[in-house]
Design a protein. Structure first.
Length: 376
């Protein structure tokens, strides 16, 4: 049975679902397709997450060792990250104001200045996501007995997918008759939904902990090296990195691909995330039942990579067949493979961590996962 505390923590993931759909999906497609912004520019904005990805490991380590906040180790970093995400979402519409060619309220600025403003906005959102999510996963690891961590992780990612599915269909309906002002309204609403969900999720969840003092424990480089020098752990993180590259590199282009190859509208392409989420949701349910029964989650990760290869063959074939149902089926299979890989690898990470190392372990997993994805 899901505990009330874990159920409330899931609200953060639900709120993150809204922000991910808006930033990585809808805004991405609008800037490329409707506004004619070069895909390289939009790709640069979305890839900023990679440049600040090491913040996951650093802030995870800092939260493990935090002693200046009266024993509340995860809470300060979660709040900092949460407010940065909220600020990035709230300021997101400014990217339309400064880059749009059709928006009535657009601001005429030199392209280099406009790009600098957008870079700051996307960087703020990316860094906030790294900090908040690392503290969040570390808190979940602290709260959950080791034997229950796989099911807890699967449940929390189910909440994320439900948030993405819900937001994708809401946004699809809202933007069925697209205008730049409607997109601004969507982004502003998403920022409020995220903030309310995040505050409700974290309120009075972190507990005061005294981890004690250990000589040399505050040396970040030493702690990271002590982990990665172990061959099996080093191979595991390399697997996370390479597997993530193979399973997620198509995500940033999926909606523009559907718009340009199949002529789908903004509202129609927004539903792609919903079908991807259905595949992820099925993966969560499968992983929650299968992974705890196995001695190691790695076989599940191998199966997920095979499914991902099949999914990409289907998606590529869409350009020949010109079939929307075929594309949606391929997207669902992509979601299924992503979900199985994510839960199997994260389950192994949280099983290796304890209360003194949870932040660093989940931070390093997040670093490999984010770097492999190439974006937030």
């Amino acid at each position: 049975m899901i505990s009330p505390r874990l159920l409330r923590l899931a609200l953060f993931q639900f709120g993150m679902g809204f922000s991910v759909v808006v930033f990585s999906g809808t805004l991405n497609r609008v800037l490329i397709k409707e506004e004619g912004i070069p895909a390289a520019v939009v790709g640069w904005l979305l890839s900023l997450s990679v440049f600040v990805a090491p913040a996951r490991a650093l802030f995870g380590f800092r939260s493990d060792r935090e002693r200046k906040t009266y024993g509340y180790r995860r809470l300060p970093y979660f709040w900092i990250g949460m407010m940065m995400i909220f600020a990035g979402l709230s300021a997101g519409p400014f990217s339309l104001l400064v880059l749009s060619r059709s928006f009535d309220l657009r601001v005429d600025l030199p392209f280099s200045v406009a790009l600098g403003i957008c870079t700051f906005i996307f960087l703020l959102y990316a860094l906030g996501s790294h900090v908040a999510q690392t503290a969040y996963l570390a808190l979940v690891t602290d709260m959950t007995p080791q034997r229950e961590r796989t099911r807890a992780v699967a449940f929390l990612w189910t909440a994320l997918i439900i948030g993405q599915i819900t937001s994708s269909f809401v946004i699809s309906y809202w933007l069925s008759d697209y205008t730049p002002m409607k997109l601004v309204q969507v982004m502003q609403t998403s920022s409020i939904v995220f903030l309310v969900c995040a505050i409700a999720a974290i309120w009075k969840q972190d507990q005061m902990v005294n981890v004690g003092e250990t000589e040399g424990e505050d040396d970040f480089t030493h702690r990271v090296w002590s982990i990665v020098k172990t061959p099996r752990i080093r191979l595991f993180f390399l697997t996370v990195f390479l597997g993530t590259i193979g399973l997620t590199e198509q995500d940033v282009l999926m909606e523009p691909y559907a718009g340009q190859v199949l002529g789908m509208t903004v509202g129609e392409t927004s539903r792609i995330t919903g079908f991807w989420g259905i595949g992820m949701l099925v993966a969560m349910l499968i992983a929650a039942r299968v992974v705890p029964r196995l001695s190691s989650p790695l076989p599940v990760a191998m199966v997920s990579c095979t499914l991902g290869l099949c999914a990409m063959v289907i998606v590529i074939g869409v350009s020949v067949v010109q079939s929307v149902p075929m594309l949606l089926g391929g997207v669902m299979l992509v979601g299924l493979s992503n979900g199985l890989f994510l839960i199997s690898t994260l389950s192994l990470v949280v099983s290796m961590a304890d209360i003194k190392t949870a932040g660093l372990f989940v931070g390093m997993w997040g670093l490999c996962q984010t770097t492999g994805t190439g974006r937030q």
